[in-house]
Design a protein around this ligand. Structure first.
Ligand code: MRU
Length: 348
């Protein structure tokens, strides 16, 4: 089956539709997000998730939040744009693609002073569509470049979901695997289940199954054993924000996987578009890490797994230091042994 993480129906006054990822793999349901609030909520509770997809949803959120402001004066339109942008920016803090997309939308407006609100709204719609389209192209290019890192017969470990569901296209880490498989290489993917919300077990396994790529789900705490058994020749993950020196934030547990990969002499690759870099941060310890609800761990999927009144700590991301990363794959190519200088040159 083919699936589109989200799509817009209609002209600039239309609505955003998305797969409700909280329901997978039990149910495949596309939901209409007709209001700004519903898009904010969808990002917050992970109906749409994954750094690039969050950016695309936010861009369409801006269009949605301004739909009723086509007939006001320009000052009122700009004020609403500001309100909508700040609101969407408050949904999740770590994936920089969200802020990158909102900045792009804001720049379109500030470069179009004097343009009447209805035209301005159409221009913002065009920009949101461009962000989605570019993301699709970036995913393809990441796959093309990254597939050369995977030889025939490779066992690949991935963490969380950096697939089509996390982007407007084929994904980042999974795009590398899709491209390798399309090139005729036989690969076997091991998907960490990815506690506490199981993006690996629920989403990555589902996507690979749709594409008929062999996949085995393992609990997060099995990665060391599976590596020791010689089943993994490469690790490929996505990223939510990469600092100027190459330190990369990704789903909680990624850092541990990178340490394990180092211990077993297995290359650890990060696949991410250039929109995931935040060159304003020199190091990864400056990346804001989202803290999520106790309930995700203590009462995940509707079953109590921690006694009441016991504390729970739930950071959603961690940061893998650049020295543990063998290469970063972007739509522009491969940065081997990432350093501040190599990244600056790559993105220049
Ligand atoms: O909390 P999530 O599901 O949004 O976390 C997603 C990840 O950590 C992904 O690996 C990352 O966003 C890259 S997606 C191409």
């Amino acid at each position: 089956m083919t699936y589109q993480t989200m799509h817009w129906q209609g002209d600039s006054t239309g609505t955003l539709w998305m797969i409700d990822q909280t329901l997978l793999p039990n149910e495949f349901l596309e939901i209409e997000c007709a209001t700004l609030e519903s898009i904010w909520e969808a990002i917050k509770v992970l109906r749409v998730r994954g750094a690039p997809a969050i950016g695309v949803a936010a861009a369409y959120g801006v269009v949605t939040g301004l739909r009723a402001h086509r007939d006001v004066d320009r000052a009122a339109f700009d004020a609403q744009l500001q309100t909508v942008t700040s609101y969407l920016a408050s949904s999740r803090p770590t994936a920089v693609n969200l802020f990158w997309a909102l900045d792009r939308m804001g720049a379109v407006a500030s470069q179009s002073a004097g343009v009447p609100p209805a035209d301005m709204h159409d221009r913002l719609f065009a920009e949101a569509k461009a962000i989605a389209l570019e993301d699709r192209e970036m995913c393809k290019a990441i796959g093309r470049h990254g597939s050369e890192l995977l030889g025939d017969g490779t066992g690949v470990l991935t963490h969380c979901n950096a697939g089509g569901l996390a982007t407007a296209g084929d994904g980042t880490a999974l795009s590398v695997m899709f491209a390798a498989a399309a090139a005729g290489k036989s690969i076997h993917v091991f998907a960490d289940e990815t506690r506490p919300l199981l993006q690996g077990a629920r989403l990555t396994a589902w996507e690979l199954q749709q594409r008929k790529i062999p996949v085995t789900v393992i609990c997060d705490n099995m990665a060391a054993q599976v590596m020791k058994e010689g089943r993994i020749q490469a690790v490929v993950t996505g990223a939510d924000r990469i600092a100027a020196n190459g330190d990369a934030a990704n789903k909680i547990g990624t850092y541990g996987v990178a340490v394990l990969a180092k211990a077993h002499n297995i290359p650890f690759y990060v696949a991410a578009p250039s929109s995931t870099f935040d060159l304003s941060l020199s190091h990864g310890d400056q990346i804001p890490i989202e803290l999520r609800d106790r309930e995700e761990i203590a009462n995940g999927f509707g079953r109590k797994t921690v006694p009441d009144n016991v504390g729970v700590y739930n950071p959603a991301f961690d940061v893998t230091p650049a020295e543990l990363i063998s290469a970063i794959v972007t739509e522009r190519g491969i940065i081997r042994q990432p350093t501040t200088a190599a990244i600056a040159e790559h993105l220049a």
